[in-house]
Design a protein around this ligand. Structure first.
Ligand SMILES: C[S@@+](CC[C@H](N)C(=O)[O-])C[C@H]1O[C@@H](n2cnc3c(N)ncnc32)[C@H](O)[C@@H]1O
Length: 283
């Protein structure tokens, strides 16, 4: 590969020794200070129920995961590692994994591949990531675990999402609502809601009140997601309320009523509080 140094990102080293990439334009890092791999596990792999859904031996269709914001591939590779662990586990029964990654700027991942010592989780997957970048697809059936990983380059909402396999799980991991509010809209979430497979679950690190209200207005059931050493809360949304460990409740509704920023930019606020109360109160 020629010059793999990114013009848009630079490495940032956290106190615990892990490294992420920082966007030069906004100064925002791709990950919190716990590091890419720990964040992938805590905020995406565990709360999405990925392991459990891959273990559904009675379902023959592959599980479809949309990895929205491939970044430096921590979430995607954590999903692949999880699929291999499930298929190598005691039951041996595992669904295949169809992993669709979306990204508009591949330069940070190219740079990370050149600096494996800083990104140890990538080392084991150097071949697959290299093939994904060059061919836009990587397939594997190693150990009986069927994986099809595809890459879609471009602005996520401008891609032909409707023609793709419907997601059972979405890792929604763009830059923050503060720096990229246009990626956290009511209309965008409504589109994702309509595109999702029955029972689909979406995980995101954001716990912003207006992100949660956008998800609720779009039709999702929404719950509190796990906390980490770096974050007090995250968010899990699903088409099925049973998938939520801790659905939003009266405490959150009170918070919405007090919030200085309750709505996403593309919601005029009309009837919003009443509508959300109607969504949450029956439970
Ligand atoms: C927080 S980082 C993702 C980290 C990643 N999930 C990981 O596991 O390493 C956000 C990513 O979203 C990408 N991105 C931002 N806006 C985008 C857009 N409109 N369409 C596709 N990707 C976008 C950025 O280039 C960046 O790589």
């Amino acid at each position: 590969m020629a010059n793999a140094t990114s013009d848009t990102h630079e490495p940032v080293i956290f106190d615990n020794g892990t490294t992420s990439m920082r966007d030069l334009a906004t100064g925002e890092a791709m990950h919190s200070r716990i590091g890419p791999w720990a964040e992938a596990q805590a905020l995406h792999i565990v709360p999405s129920g990925l392991r459990e859904r891959l273990s559904e031996g009675s379902v023959s269709a592959p599980l479809v995961v949309w990895d929205v914001g491939l970044g430096i591939a921590a979430n995607a590779l954590a999903a692949i590692q999880c699929a291999r662990a499930v298929s190598g586990g005691s039951s041996g029964a595992a669904r295949g994994l169809t992993l669709l990654s979306f990204e508009r700027d591949l330069s940070p991942l190219r740079q990370a591949l050149e600096e494996l010592a800083r990104f140890p989780y990538l080392a084991e997957f150097e071949g697959p990531v290299g093939e994904l970048l060059s061919s836009r697809e990587w397939r594997s059936s190693e150990g009986g675990c069927e994986i099809n990983w595809r890459l879609f380059e471009g602005d996520f909402f401008s891609l032909g999402l409707e023609s793709l396999p419907k997601p059972d799980i979405i890792f929604y991991d763009f830059y923050s609502p503060k720096t990229a509010p246009h990626l956290w809209t009511y209309k965008g979430f409504e589109r994702l809601f309509k595109l999702s497979a029955p029972g689909a679950t979406m995980c995101t690190y954001s716990a912003a009140t207006w992100v949660r209200s956008a998800l609720l207005l779009a039709g999702f059931h929404v719950g509190y997601g796990p906390m980490t050493d770096a974050k007090m809360e995250s968010t899990v949304a699903s088409l099925s309320r049973e998938n939520l460990a801790r659905p939003l409740d009266q405490r959150w509704l009170d918070r919405l009523g007090r919030s200085g920023r309750p709505w996403p930019d593309d919601w005029d606020g009309e009837d919003g509080l009443k509508r959300i109360a109607e969504i949450l109160r029956p439970f």
